[in-house]
Write a protein that binds this ligand. Structure first.
Ligand code: MF3
Ligand code: CO
Ligand code: CO
Length: 290
């Protein structure tokens, strides 16, 4: 089931059947389709829209807080997904990943060498594991997207430092997001900080515009990229979600079509916030309500 006994690396598990969402909860428009329609709404939002993104964001952030007590050894990632699903829907929101481009679950659970988009299954958490849970809530027509790391039991200093420094990298990237700068400033700051420690910086998965669309088309690189020259504006909403590894930034995709793992099996950490840019600078929207 969860880990290859010889290598200690993950192997795919089994997933429980799809969970249902109460009929009264509004679905995002892509549910039941192969892919979302192209977003034409842009990335700049009015104060009223930002207030709605903030309410969606708080639900996702509260769900991650709620999971803290459950992310312990012996628990499966599917059990965490069930708890997240119930939490988000009890708040009247739709778990945005469920049915997004065919993704089968209400959260992504990315363990150890999984970079992102891990599918919750019967993998059992063990002491020493590092786990990312990524939750997006759709509420009042808006998505709020956030993820964080959980340390399970006794984690090595090497892994704990990776987790802590990835959080710091995200916060530095966010702090750099000021109106008038190009979005590549965010990645430049993150890559610079990560390079102090020799960490790999994942390039092929990025931050993104978020709000009316789950992924608007705007890309926020986590590395220094001359290509990404979009100028940051007041009222812009996007995620910053760096993935840093203990080894290579090269990756492989599992046969499930979703799970992205490091090519060398090294561990990866990620943190994510949804952020709005104001005239004073960035403001994090994915903060818990209490
Ligand atoms: N929440 C993820 C992100 O940060 C996206 C998950 S898409 C899914 O962008 F299909 F894998 F769920
Ligand atoms: Co995201
Ligand atoms: Co996310």
């Amino acid at each position: 089931m969860p880990k290859d006994p010889n290598t200690g690396l993950l192997i795919p598990g089994r997933s429980a059947p799809a969970r249902s969402v109460p009929a009264a909860i509004t679905r995002p428009p892509y549910v039941g389709k192969q892919a979302p329609d192209t977003w034409t709404g842009g990335d700049v939002y009015t104060p009223e829209e930002i207030a709605r993104i903030e309410r969606a964001s708080a639900i996702a952030a509260d769900a991650l807080d709620h999971l803290e007590q459950f992310a312990v050894r012996g628990v499966t990632t599917d059990e965490l997904d069930s708890i997240a699903h119930d939490f988000v829907t009890a708040r009247g929101a739709y778990p945005s990943t469920l049915g997004y481009r065919g993704f089968p679950k209400s959260s992504c659970t990315s363990l150890n060498e999984v970079i992102c988009h891990g599918i919750p299954d019967d993998t059992v958490l063990e002491s020493g594991d590092i786990l990312n849970v990524d939750i997006t809530a759709y509420f009042e027509g808006m998505h709020g997207d956030t993820n964080r790391m959980y340390l399970v039991g006794d984690v090595t200093d090497e892994s704990r430092l990776l987790v802590e420094r990835t959080h710091e990298a995200m916060m530095r990237g966010i702090a750099a997001a000021k109106p008038g700068r190009q979005v590549n400033v965010i990645g430049r700051v993150i890559e610079k900080y990560a390079s102090r420690f020799g960490y790999g910086v994942v390039r092929d998965y990025t931050g993104h515009g978020v709000g009316g669309a789950f992924h608007s088309g705007l890309i926020i690189p986590h590395y220094d990229s001359a290509q990404h020259t979009t100028v940051i504006e007041e009222g812009m909403v996007f995620t910053v979600e760096p993935m840093l590894t203990l080894g290579t930034s090269d990756w492989r995709l599992w046969d499930d079509g979703w799970t992205v793992v490091t090519a060398d099996g090294s561990r990866c950490a990620q943190w994510e916030h949804t952020v709005v840019v104001t005239s004073d600078g960035p403001r994090i929207l994915t903060v818990p309500s209490s």
